[in-house]
Write a protein that binds this ligand. Sequence first.
Ligand SMILES: [Zn+2]
Length: 291
Amino acid sequence: MRRWLALAALAASSASAADYSGPLFDAHLHYNEEAFNGSEGPHPLPDVLGRMKRNGVRAIIANSRPNDGTKSLAQSPETRQAGVTVVPFVRLYRNRADYTNWFRDETIYEMVQAELARGTAAGPYRGLGEFHLYDSANANGPVARKLMALAEEKDLAVLAHVDDTAIDLLMAHTPSKGAKARLIWAHTGIGGAPVARVDQLMAKYPRLVGELSYRPGLTCEGGRLCPEWRQLLLKYPTRFVVGSDTWINQRWQYYDDTMKGYRTWLGELPPDVARRIAWDNGASLFGLKPP
Ligand SMILES: [Zn+2]
C-alpha cells in the first residue's frame, strides 16, 4: 500500500512537472522573403526578434530563401540587443524552383562556394541547408555528393529534410562515410521513420543529430511525450535539438505556441536532459557560450 502511494505521488508530481524555463536554441529557423518582403511583410525584423526574445530563444540556426533574410538577422544591431546569437547556414534555394533541382544543379554549388567565401556579419557560415530530398535516390545527385564532401572537409553542419534511406546515402558521400559528418536531421524523419530505425541510425553515425519539429509520434495526449520517444531521448540525451521551422508565415504567427509546446514536454524530462535538448546540444555543436 505504501509502495502504491509512493508511485501515485510520483505520477502526480510528473503530471504537474513545471515547464522547462531555461534558454532555447532554435535549430531550424527560416526567415524567408515573404516574411519581411522588404519591410512591407507581416514579420519585419523587430517582430521576429520580439518573438524570439519573449520565448527565451537565445540562439538560432538561421537559413532563408534567399540568403538575404539570414544576412539581415546576422548584421542587425537589433539582433544583438535582443540577445540572440545567429548561427548562419547557407540555404541552397534562391527560389522555389531550386527545391526540386538543387542536387544536380552546378550553379547551386557555385552559389554555395560564393556564399561561404563571403560569410556574414555574424561570422562565417557554419552549415549548409536546409535542403529537401523528396525522392531519397536524389541523394546520389552529383551536386548532393559534392556538397556532402565539402561540408565534411570544412566541418560544416548539414540540415537535411530527408527520409532514413537518404541519411545512409548522404553519409556514404562524405570522406569518413558518416563517421565525422555533422548532419542535423530535420524533423528526425518527417515521414515518421520508426523509433527503432532512428535508434539504429543514431548508433551508426556518432555525429547525427535529430531536430524535432513536426516529428510524428513524438507527443501524445495533452502534448506530453510519448513513452517510446521519451526513452529514445533519454538514451541519446546529447543528440537531439528543437526548432521552429518557420517555413511559412503562419509558423511565425504560432511561434509562441511552438516554443510553449517544447517547454511543456521538456519539463517532463530530468532537468539536465531538458537543458541539453533545449540549449546545450545546439550550443556545443557551434561552440556557443552559455547565454
Ligand atoms: Zn524547414
